[in-house]
Design a protein around this ligand. Structure first.
Ligand SMILES: Nc1nc2c([nH]c(=O)n2[C@@H]2O[C@H](COP(=O)(O)OP(=O)(O)OP(=O)(O)O)[C@@H](O)[C@H]2O)c(=O)[nH]1
Length: 130
């Protein structure tokens, strides 16, 4: 199983989402940015590295939410989400087609990668409790 970490980056009451490009797996669907964990790397180190590589942003991971195991036709992934704080940087997209800062109420309006749907639902529940 491939372990993938993803970042729910919060800033000024919004959350950052990225749209996969047409050449990627799950083309044009929205996701939380992130990627695969390299051998010997911690989850949070992988997350910090991926967000720097993909978006040119520096983040601080905070809360680990519930991982989701999802089988796509070619592989099974364990998607591990962390809420994160934006520390610094200006977004520069290295791989994605687009990005969006969404409010909690807007999150369900996007076409998500299937593995992300339970994560989006958990995040919305968490935020509505506060
Ligand atoms: N980064 C990220 N990947 C996700 C999310 N949801 C989800 O299903 N994935 C899947 O997790 C896998 C790993 O993503 P990746 O960004 O590191 O790698 P990749 O596109 O090069 O994957 P590939 O080697 O399958 O083409 C991809 O198949 C991707 O579709 C998500 O929210 N964030």
């Amino acid at each position: 199983m491939v372990k993938v970490v993803c970042a729910i980056i919060e800033h000024n009451g919004n959350v950052l989402l990225t749209q996969r490009s047409s050449s990627m797996a799950q083309p044009l669907l929205w996701e939380f940015p992130g990627g695969k964990i390299n051998a010997g790397e911690s989850e949070t180190d992988a997350l910090i590295r991926e967000i720097e590589e993909e978006l040119n942003l520096l983040i601080v991971p905070h809360q680990r939410l519930t991982p989701v195991v999802h089988s796509y036709s070619s592989k099974t992934i364990e998607l591990i989400p962390y809420t994160c704080e934006l520390q610094s940087g200006e977004i520069s997209l290295a791989e994605h087609m687009a990005y969006s800062w969404a409010t909690i109420d807007e999150l369900l309006n996007y076409s998500w990668c299937p593995a992300d749907v339970p994560i989006v639902e958990e995040y919305i529940r968490l935020k509505r409790q506060v």
